[in-house]
Design a protein around this ligand. Structure first.
Ligand code: DC
Length: 249
């Protein structure tokens, strides 16, 4: 996977250049908004690992692959021409040079992604690509298994959560942006049911389920603004910078 848009991170040799901030949590907890804002504030790169699972799912639907066929799905994850831009101000996702940033947020993809992301072979390939992008650090990474599996030695691990009602409201807003006007009440009820279903699948799957790392700082964003969550995270940084100025990892 190529990192299409590397952004300048904190000055070369500065410890923040090697910092990895892992932000895990269920869908709608505010991970993307918060992770992008934290990365922007600290001049770090940003990686949306969920977008990678969504891109593979999008391609599987395009290619009409049977979602029960784990082997073919794993093969797809191995060979997909996926590019992820890590500029927090302009995150991009392309598959074979097609911009799929909106296409991966449709309901069809959202409903199929839990199944695709539960395939161990898919996770194997995507985790490998995530580690390539993360490289020496200087990045905020959001997902489900970042602190536990992808970067267990991340200096800062956040577990961001919110009630399923609040998360459904946020997702309904997101969906309106990609799908146009919708009937809010029925949309909300449907989205909440889907979120709860996806939570169930994400937390009970065998490979890398969504679980909180013991050392993670838990932030419940239900009653907090984005700025408040960002401030809580940024306040953690001074004590967590990798030791010494030395060479970049
Ligand atoms: O964060 P999101 O809603 O865009 O994630 C899409 C799906 O991908 C979600 O069902 C969980 C899965 N996912 C995962 O299994 N591991 C990750 N690191 C990120 C997302």
């Amino acid at each position: 996977v190529a990192d299409a848009h590397p952004v300048p991170v904190a000055e070369r040799g500065h410890p923040a250049r090697r910092l990895v901030i892992a932000i895990d949590g269920p869908s709608g907890s505010g991970k993307s908004t918060v992770a992008r804002a934290v990365a922007g504030r600290l001049r770090l790169r940003y990686l949306d690992s969920g977008a990678m699972y969504r891109a593979v799912t999008w391609l599987a639907l395009q290619d009409r692959i049977d979602l029960e066929d784990a082997e073919t799905l794993a093969g797809l994850a191995a060979k997909i021409d996926l590019r992820i831009g890590t500029d927090p101000a302009h995150p991009t996702v392309t598959v074979a040079e097609t911009d799929v940033a909106s296409a991966i947020r449709t309901r069809a993809v959202t409903n199929a992604v839990s199944v695709v992301s539960s395939v161990p072979g898919v996770r194997l390939h995507l985790v490998r690509r995530q580690r390539e992008i993360i490289g020496a650090g200087g990045i905020v990474v959001e997902g489900r298994d970042i602190g536990q599996v992808v970067v267990p030695d991340a200096q800062l691990k956040i577990f961001l959560t919110a009630t399923s009602e609040t998360r459904a409201e946020r997702r309904t807003r997101d969906l309106t942006e990609v799908s146009g006007p919708v009937d809010r009440a029925s949309e909300l009820a449907q989205t909440r049911a889907e979120i709860e279903r996806r939570d169930r699948l994400d937390t009970t799957r065998v490979t890398s389920p969504l679980v909180r790392a013991d050392e993670a700082l838990v932030i419940d964003s239900t009653a907090l603004t984005v700025d408040e969550v960002v401030a809580l995270i940024v306040a953690q940084i001074p004590g967590r910078l990798p030791a010494g100025r030395g060479a970049d990892r």
